[in-house]
Design a protein around this ligand. Structure first.
Ligand code: ITT
Length: 190
């Protein structure tokens, strides 16, 4: 009964949330044999999280959890935000996206930014959303190769190093995603 699908093709996300969600059976898209791309056509993180969870729920009729995350840089008016995955182009990879942010931030002294995660839980009677954020700064250059995505350029407030220089456990103690997932854990009482 306690089976949920995690509607993400990002294995790093799965790795990050697995421990916190050890009270349920979490199936990945690989586990259920879903290999198609889900088009994230929403204009907000919430809309995209809903698109992902609806797509998978409608196919498998199992409770589904989806995650949409963005990096919001204050001086870039909240960009890359909902466009984080394809910031430097449709097929962009993490290092190209990082390069673009660092370039845009070259002369900028106010380096405040935050990560935001919206988790959507979709089951047969409801859609619920759980949000988590972490505030920090954009580093002057990349540092560390742990984590994924924009981790090497994000220094959370109160820390002297980037997420890219942290172990999984260190990142999970303070991350946007772990905060959002904790709200889900509390809701599910698991
Ligand atoms: P799914 O949609 O399949 O879940 P995705 O990697 O496309 O996987 P998002 O759309 O939520 O997920 O991610 C938007 C971008 O933000 C993408 O480039 C990620 O690499 C990056 N990102 C997401 N979470 C991150 C995190 O915790 N640390 C650093 N970068 C992150």
């Amino acid at each position: 009964m306690n089976k949920y699908i995690f509607a993400s093709s990002n294995q790093n996300k799965l790795l990050e949330i697995s421990k916190q969600l050890s009270g349920i059976t979490l199936l990945s898209l690989l586990d259920v044999g879903y290999y198609d791309e889900i088009i994230e056509s929403g204009s907000t993180l919430t809309e995209n999280a809903l698109i992902k969870s609806n797509t998978i729920y409608n196919k498998y009729s199992l409770p589904t959890i989806a995650d949409d995350t963005g990096l919001e840089v204050y001086k870039l008016d909240g960009r890359p935000g909902v466009f984080s995955a394809r910031y430097s182009g449709e097929q962009a990879n993490a290092s190209e996206n990082i390069k673009k942010v660092l370039h845009e931030m070259k002369e900028v002294t106010d380096r405040r930014a935050r990560f935001k995660t919206v988790i959507c839980l979709k089951n047969n009677f409801q859609e619920l959303f759980f949000e988590g954020t972490v505030e920090g700064l954009i580093a002057n250059e990349k540092s560390g190769d742990a984590g994924f995505g924009y981790d090497p350029i994000f220094i959370p407030n109160g820390c002297q190093k980037t997420f890219g220089e942290m172990s999984l456990d260190e990142k999970n103690k303070i991350s946007h995603r772990s905060r959002a997932i904790q709200k889900l854990v509390d809701y599910l009482s698991i």
